[in-house]
Write a protein that binds this ligand. Structure first.
Ligand SMILES: Cc1cc2nc3c(=O)[nH]c(=O)nc-3n(C[C@H](O)[C@H](O)[C@H](O)COP(=O)(O)OP(=O)(O)OC[C@H]3O[C@@H](n4cnc5c(N)ncnc54)[C@H](O)[C@@H]3O)c2cc1C
Length: 385
């Protein structure tokens, strides 16, 4: 860091930003550290929102305490950055100078409602959950748009509340992410739980003002509750004109450096211009937060800027994945049985890499990581670590 005393500014106070802050202090940054966050609920974890908080198993979001880090926090939205004067400006009119900037502004839920269409329901923030919970309590029927992991987690919350649920997508559940084998297994489990899938070849739009259903291919489906789980959009509006972001997000290299000197990025806002592109998952946000912090200090990162561990929970089934995605073809079954909802599976990719999936079976992530590196002996009778 330069000796100007401007210090490091982080925009975004979720997992990527908070990890970067903790790493900066852990790696010896004793200078000024400012974190700008737009969410009135502060720093909290998103994964439990669609699992425990939505189901009512937990009332509140899981929050983090950063009070030991001596950070100046600004609860406001960054609206612009001037890379010449190295200043971030907020909606409230605060101008915050920086030597290094870490962009960790994440993503927002992708919305599909028309401009004059009120009442679209999405799930990205704790506030979204607060709005969604009473609707779940009142609903007997629901339509979920999108059969990705988020759509399937919301469908699971509906099932646990006895709501009749229809999931609409162009693809079968989680097929783009996990491939046909696991998609078929998840479909079978969902259909056993009376989840109805509707495939559409054309894009869906929302019907009603306010929203009451979906329209696609000349059909209209209506329900008490319609939830859009159609992916996310990197939060880059505040970077407009700065030469830091494009329409895919913020391009980063192996050190999480952007095209702009002194500006680094981490998490859902970023995509790797050399590696796997955009991978908007928790473990990546953690890894990139650490790498961006080290790079802002000009020191060697302690980890790689990608981490291919991902997990989800669908209809009471925990699915943990370590390794590259998507998954083509059939796996080797290392333990258990997919039909019985408890199996350890391994995919060997053509490029020599391996993906291991714990499908409804309790396995520590460390073991899955070791299996992908081939450092654990696996037979179809079991795993010998
Ligand atoms: C409901 C849900 C469940 C999930 N479950 C899983 C899971 O099971 N497994 C998994 O691997 N991943 C899961 N994810 C994905 C994971 O949560 C994200 O990858 C992770 O939150 C990304 O962290 P981030 O810090 O990059 O961005 P975000 O979490 O999007 O946080 C960005 C923060 O920046 C703030 N911000 C944005 N713009 C500005 C601005 N202009 N000024 C100031 N602040 C700004 C936002 O308010 C936000 O707090 C889930 C996501 C959701 C929404």
């Amino acid at each position: 860091m330069s000796s100007s005393g401007r210090g490091i500014v982080i925009v975004g106070d979720s997992i990527a930003g908070c990890t970067a802050a903790r790493e900066l202090r852990a790696r010896g940054h004793g200078g000024p550290l400012t974190m700008i966050g737009a969410d009135a609920d502060g720093c909290y974890a998103r994964p439990p929102l669609s699992k425990h908080v939505l189901k009512g198993e937990a009332a509140e979001a899981e929050t983090w305490d950063l009070s030991d880090l001596d950070i100046t926090t600004i609860g406001d939205r960054a609206v612009s950055v001037d890379t010449e004067s190295r200043t971030v400006s907020t909606a409230g009119g605060t101008h915050v100078p920086y030597d290094s900037l870490i962009v960790a502004s994440g993503a927002a839920a992708r919305r599909i409602a028309g401009p004059d269409q009120a009442g679209e329901t999405v799930l990205r923030t704790f506030d979204d959950v607060r709005a969604l919970r009473p609707k779940l309590e009142a609903a007997s029927t629901a339509i979920i748009i999108g059969a990705g992991f988020l759509g399937m987690e919301v469908a699971s919350a509906c099932v646990s509340r006895g709501i009749e649920v229809t999931v609409v997508d162009v693809d079968p559940p989680l097929k783009r992410l996990l491939g046909s084998f696991l998609s078929d297994a998840i479909s079978a489990r969902a259909e056993d739980a009376s989840v109805r899938f509707v495939r559409t070849e054309s894009p869906v739009s929302l019907s009603g003002r306010p929203v009451t259903g979906v329209e696609f291919a000349g059909r209209t489906l209506e329900a008490d509750l319609v939830v859009t789980c159609a992916g996310d959009v990197p939060e880059t509006a505040w970077l407009a004109g700065a030469g830091i972001a494009d329409d895919r997000g913020v391009a980063i290299d192996e050190r999480c450096a952007t095209a702009c000197s002194g500006v680094f990025a981490a998490g859902d806002v970023a995509y790797s211009r050399t590696g796997p592109g955009r991978a908007p998952f928790w473990s990546n946000a953690v890894a990139q937060g650490k790498v961006a912090a080290a790079s802002a200090l000009g020191i060697e990162p302690a980890c790689a800027p990608t981490d291919d561990y991902f997990w989800t929970e669908i209809l009471g089934l925990s699915i943990k994945v370590v390794g590259p995605l998507p998954l083509d073809g059939k796996p080797t079954v290392l333990e258990g049985s997919v039909q019985q909802g408890s199996a350890l599976l391994q995919w060997n990719h053509r490029d020599g890499r391996t993906t291991v999936v714990a499908f409804g079976i309790k396995k520590p992530v460390g073991l899955l990581r070791r299996l992908t590196r081939g450092s654990v002996a696996a037979t179809n009778q079991g795993i010998h670590s």
